[in-house]
Design a binder for this molecule. Structure first.
Ligand SMILES: [Cu+2]
Length: 229
């Protein structure tokens, strides 16, 4: 019994670590050590990078040599230069991504955009939804959230992939849903409210059989704390 508790805590420590790393903010220096410059392939630079709302883009260049305009898709295509007053010109222009979707940036100096390739577009991804605290100190076998804002469905792998909820499944909705892992294997959980599950409010874990773990150094019994919001 004590072994059971210990392995459970061990397992969820891993889940907590994953959840934390997902929300870290990233600062991208556009072009890395080349910075914002002529004849550099910015789409190749952007390829494979994940730009998430809250991340920052830094445009680095010699003051006066270049500048940065935020533009729309058609202005980007045609390299039309907006009024100078809208330019960022500090040589170290920091732009925080505040909304998801496509973002376009061009240089407005000379023919840098049309001939020098000094333009970039990126795709901003929505932030993973944070408010389910599997992470906080009270036992992480609990899905905690303000009642009504989210819920929890236990689903199978296919439903998890496709973000669908099978008709027969019932939501857990108390805001303090305790789930005991009784069998080994993969377990999938998603939130069924609105588009939350498409916005990463989903979790799968792999429950290992007890024998996989070495005996614990000591036994600790954790009590469930009452919900606090
Ligand atoms: Cu330029």
């Amino acid at each position: 019994m004590a072994t059971n508790k210990w392995s459970f805590i061990f397992l969820l420590a891993t889940v907590a670590a994953l959840a934390t790393s997902a929300s870290a903010k990233v600062v991208f220096i556009v072009g890395d050590d080349k910075g914002w410059t002529l004849n550099f392939d910015y789409q190749a630079w952007a390829y494979g990078k994940k730009f998430v709302v809250g991340d920052k883009l830094v445009f680095k260049y010699g003051v006066g040599k270049h500048n940065v305009f935020r533009v729309n898709g058609s202005v980007f295509q045609q390299c039309m230069i907006p009024p100078t007053i809208e330019a960022l010109t500090s040589g170290y222009d920091v732009i925080t991504l505040t909304t998801p979707g496509r973002k376009w940036y061009i240089c407005g100096v000379g023919k840098h955009c049309v001939l020098g390739g000094l333009k970039i577009f990126i795709n901003g991804l929505p932030q993973p939804m944070p408010p389910v605290s599997l992470v906080s100190p009270p036992p992480p076998s609990v899905f905690r959230y303000p009642m009504g804002k989210h819920n929890v469905f236990r689903v199978n792998g296919i439903s998890f992939q496709q973000c669908t909820i099978p008709f027969a499944n019932e939501a857990l909705t108390t805001g303090y849903d305790v789930i005991t892992l009784v069998t080994p294997g993969r377990k999938w959980y998603i939130c069924g409210v609105g588009k939350h599950r498409e916005m990463s409010l989903k979790l799968f874990i792999n429950v290992l059989p007890l024998s996989t773990y070495p005996p614990p150094p000591y036994h600790e019994i954790r009590k469930l704390a009452p919900p606090k919001f």
